[in-house]
Design a protein around this ligand. Structure first.
Ligand code: ZN
Length: 395
């Protein structure tokens, strides 16, 4: 199957090309035309992009659910439902994210992820690139929406069993790097390909420097559930927030739903980190793509009740947030409209940047021949009108 999409504005990290075209074949990008005047071979299907934008598909590396489902439900139906809900909004690659939970619950999620990856429905869904474990090694005072009942410390050694049970699907691990045994954990897995992200953490500046030496390359949802400046005997001590902004080694996740962080902070992160060193994530829970109402955060059996209204999920205390209900298209909309970031940069933060951070930049995140044919078509309002996952039109 050879598909041509023509009459599109190609959105790439280095600019927007008018009157572009792209040829998809056998799940890969075969050819990208940037001058509008190329003779193309015979195609099976030819689609007029009507002058809309076409970019690489969005990669969401921190997402708990959507469409009424949470990945912690650990059923194929939940995985497929949540992935399909995000796909409608431009996500073509996904890293389902777990909550702090009992080992047994995590094992069920791992087993379900393996079944979904090898199921027949996988080819009509965003690609499941691996799993993001948020916890259970987090700092209790920074738990946020993580259930404190299941929090552990790495020095108990339980991580060995988790890594084994994940059977190579563990892609990102959010850990509070100041915890007892966290350095050993990162050291032991240094060559495993697992990306360590500092988060739900009360780390002081020196702890973060040590974590960077131990191989941490990301910070989980910058500003949320992380330490900032404290004063010790009058002296100011920076925290994970300042260390993440300062150190180029750290590429932070940013929940750009427009509610977790006001436009001023989105602008500050962009100004400090630059277009290449930040990744947009939804951190969406099961209420994403659903009407307002009461939802469970976490699994159906053990989840906590949360309330979705005004475009965000609230904890019952009414003070903290319980994750977002954002989808990838909304992140691009917020970054361009509210934070004043160019479209090319906002798209890079959901394509090139996450692909690089998770080690998938050889096949994801760019419009280039030989890359996976994951592309999205959208208009000036970032309303998605077409999605191709590995060459197959799915929206
Ligand atoms: Zn999360």
């Amino acid at each position: 199957m050879r598909t041509l999409i023509y009459n599109v504005k190609l959105v790439e990290a280095d600019g927007i090309t008018e009157n572009g075209a792209i040829l998809l074949q056998d799940g890969k990008i075969e050819y990208v035309s940037r001058d509008g005047a190329v003779i193309l071979p015979a195609v099976d299907e030819s689609i007029d992009g009507e002058g809309k934008y076409l970019s690489a598909g969005f990669i969401d590396i921190h997402v708990h659910g959507g469409g009424g489902h949470d990945f912690m439900d650990a059923t194929e139906e939940a995985f497929v439902g949540a992935m399909a809900a995000h796909m409608k909004h431009g996500t073509t690659s996904i890293v389902p994210t777990t909550l702090t939970a009992e080992d047994e619950e995590l094992r069920e999620v791992f087993a379900t992820a393996r079944r979904v990856k090898s199921s027949a429905s996988a080819e009509s869904l965003p690609e499941l690139l691996g799993l993001h474990l948020e916890g259970p090694y987090v700092e209790p005072s920074m738990a946020g929406a993580q259930d404190p009942k299941y929090i552990k410390v790495p020095s108990d050694g339980s991580w060995r069993g988790i890594v084994e049970a994940a059977q190579g699907d563990l892609l990102i691990w959010t850990v509070a790097p100041e915890l007892d045994g966290a350095d050993e954990l990162a050291d032991a897995l240094r060559d495993s390909g697992i990306i360590f992200s500092a988060g739900h953490s009360a780390a002081k500046y020196d702890d973060v420097c040590r974590a960077i030496d131990a191989g941490y390359t990301m910070a989980t949802h910058l500003y949320s559930s992380m330490s900032t400046i404290i004063r010790e005997n009058g002296y100011r001590v920076p925290g994970l927030l300042e260390a993440s902004l300062l150190h180029d080694e750290i590429c932070p996740e940013v929940i750009a739903d427009g509610l977790h962080l006001p436009p001023s902070l989105l602008k500050l992160i962009y100004k400090t980190k630059g277009k290449d060193r930040m990744v947009l994530v939804t951190d969406a829970m099961r209420g994403a793509g659903m009407p307002d109402g009461e939802y469970l955060l976490g699994s159906l059996s053990k989840g906590q009740k949360v309330y979705v209204f005004d475009g965000i999920a609230h904890m019952p205390d009414g003070i903290s947030f319980a994750g977002s209900v954002a989808t990838a298209d909304r992140l691009v909309r917020v970054m361009t409209r509210q934070a004043g970031v160019p479209l090319t940069d906002a798209v890079a933060m959901l394509t090139v940047n996450p692909a690089r951070e998770i080690g998938a930049s050889d096949r994801k995140g760019k419009l280039e021949a030989g890359y996976d044919a994951d592309v999205v078509l959208f208009d000036d309002d970032i309303t998605i009108s077409g999605v191709w996952c590995r060459g197959k039109r799915t929206v």
